[in-house]
Design a protein around this ligand. Structure first.
Ligand SMILES: Cc1cc2nc3c(=O)[nH]c(=O)nc-3n(C[C@H](O)[C@H](O)[C@H](O)COP(=O)(O)OP(=O)(O)OC[C@H]3O[C@@H](n4cnc5c(N)ncnc54)[C@H](O)[C@@H]3O)c2cc1C
Length: 421
């Protein structure tokens, strides 16, 4: 029997447990808190995050932080206000993790080790008397007379409040395989169909396989569906062996579907009079120069320049003087809006996060408590929230965890939980 049982020892679950303990302590109460974890260790995905370096959060201004979560970001406004990026960095720095801002506002532990972040969470849990029960996947959740019952393979736990913090469905080998959705649905919650997000894309008839590893910096990106713009963005693009990746593509992947067309400005420019004129002056000044050198003068690698020529039906050694008007027009289009048809977006095995999840209309954004089942809380990626790359997903996990922990302490401050006989 626990006052509070958290399902999932990822960043959201652990931080929720810690905040519940701390807020209750401040109010002069002690809560018994347990965390059930499927794996033999906690925070497996947290350890993988940021390629093992853990991009904990972003330094972006509080006022527009929530705009990095697509249409559902508004739900996070209260959480991000109550526990913003500055509170998160202060929490870890005050516990000995030195943080550094790298790469346009992304915050990492200075040591480059995600284990330092997990280490603090686990140490704090031990010191707060929070019991983590490993190798204990929750398989069923029910409620009777205000008391929750959680079944694992060999035990049944009772609790006054339950937090579903089982994560999404991406990288299932880390333990996050979507279990929370079924348990929430069993208690009447609607689930927005989970789908992979922050995923690379495979491209139909891809010509750029030989450019794998090359990237474009901060390129304008346009997503077209049935010849209409479905989304716009900007960001770095990485060419892979079979398609596209990199932060710009990953961030836009939440909007993409097979059959959509991504148009990428390879040069950063748009196909207007200025660009045309400027390109023509480079070509006429080029004369006997190879076209690939003129294209590379826009900051593109030789491999990418040659592939663009191939796309326009020109050989690698084509000279500036050989450019007829038809090919010139095609080349200008490709430089400003190179089209890529999406064959498929990466599945849950390669997606960094899950879009979709617990329907937000049924969750109180100021406490993370269910509107349908008092005492049931949610935290982290199990919710229908997915953020851009850059530390936004971990910040959401910590902020929703903090909010749920505070909500739980409030509930237990006001309510005496008595097990039914
Ligand atoms: C490769 C990779 C790199 C990433 N890098 C970054 C990054 O640098 N910055 C960033 O902001 N985000 C990053 N993310 C995303 C980020 O890691 C997640 O959004 C975040 O971990 C979500 O936290 P969570 O606690 O909600 O869920 P999770 O971290 O998924 O934790 C859920 C926990 O619940 C457990 N669990 C699941 N089902 C059950 C069950 N039935 N019973 C008991 N326990 C259960 C799981 O084993 C797991 O331990 C990355 C993701 C991946 C895959």
């Amino acid at each position: 029997m626990f006052d509070v049982l958290v399902l999932g020892a990822g960043p959201a679950g652990l931080f929720c447990a810690l905040q519940a303990a701390s807020a209750a302590r401040s109010a002069g109460r002690r809560l018994t808190i347990g965390v059930l974890e499927k794996n033999s260790g906690a925070g497996r995905k947290l350890l993988l995050s940021g390629s093992g370096r853990c991009n904990l959060t972003h330094t972006g201004p509080a006022a527009d932080f929530y705009t990095h979560y697509g249409e559902n970001g508004k739900f996070l406004k209260a959480c991000l206000q109550a526990f913003p990026n500055t509170s998160l960095t202060a929490y870890f720095e005050s516990r000995g993790v030195r943080l550094a801002e790298l790469e346009n506002g992304k915050v990492f532990p200075e040591s480059g080790k995600s284990g330092d972040v997990l280490g603090v969470l686990l140490r704090e849990c031990r010191e707060s008397g929070i019991e983590i029960v490993h190798k204990s996947p929750a398989v069923a959740l029910s409620i009777s007379q205000s008391l929750f019952s959680v079944k694992t393979a060999d035990r049944v736990f009772a609790a006054g409040s339950v937090v579903i913090a089982t994560g999404g469905k991406s990288y299932p080998a880390t333990g996050s395989s979507g279990d929370g959705y079924g348990m929430a649905a069993g208690l009447g919650h609607r689930i927005t169909a989970p789908r992979p997000a922050l995923a690379p894309v495979l491209v139909k008839d891809y010509l750029f396989g030989g450019c794998a590893g090359n990237s474009l910096k901060n390129s304008p990106l346009f997503l077209y569906r049935e010849n209409r713009i479905a989304a716009k963005g900007r960001g770095d693009v990485l060419f892979t062996h079979q398609g596209l990746s990199g932060p710009g593509i990953l961030d836009m992947s939440r909007y993409m579907k097979a059959g959509d067309e991504i148009r990428i400005s390879m040069t950063g420019g748009s196909r207007d009079e200025n660009f045309n004129r400027e390109f023509l002056s480079r070509v006429s000044a080029g004369g006997r120069k190879k076209l690939k050198a003129i294209i590379a003068s826009y900051g593109l690698s030789e491999a990418v320049s040659v592939t663009l020529l191939e796309f326009c039906g020109l050989s690698e050694d084509a000279k500036a003087a050989e450019l007829d008007s038809g090919r010139r027009s095609r080349l200008l289009d490709a430089l400003c809006a190179m089209p890529f048809i999406i064959q498929s977006t990466g599945g849950f095995e390669t997606a960094m996060v899950t879009a979709g999840g617990i329907c937000l209309a049924e969750v109180n954004p100021k406490t993370m408590e269910s509107h349908l089942v008092p005492g049931l809380f949610f935290a982290g990626e199990v919710l229908d929230i997915d953020g851009d790359t850059g530390g936004y997903n971990l910040q959401a996990a910590f902020s929703t965890g903090w909010m749920a922990g505070t909500g739980i302490a409030l509930r237990h401050g006001n309510t005496q939980i008595v097990p039914s006989s």
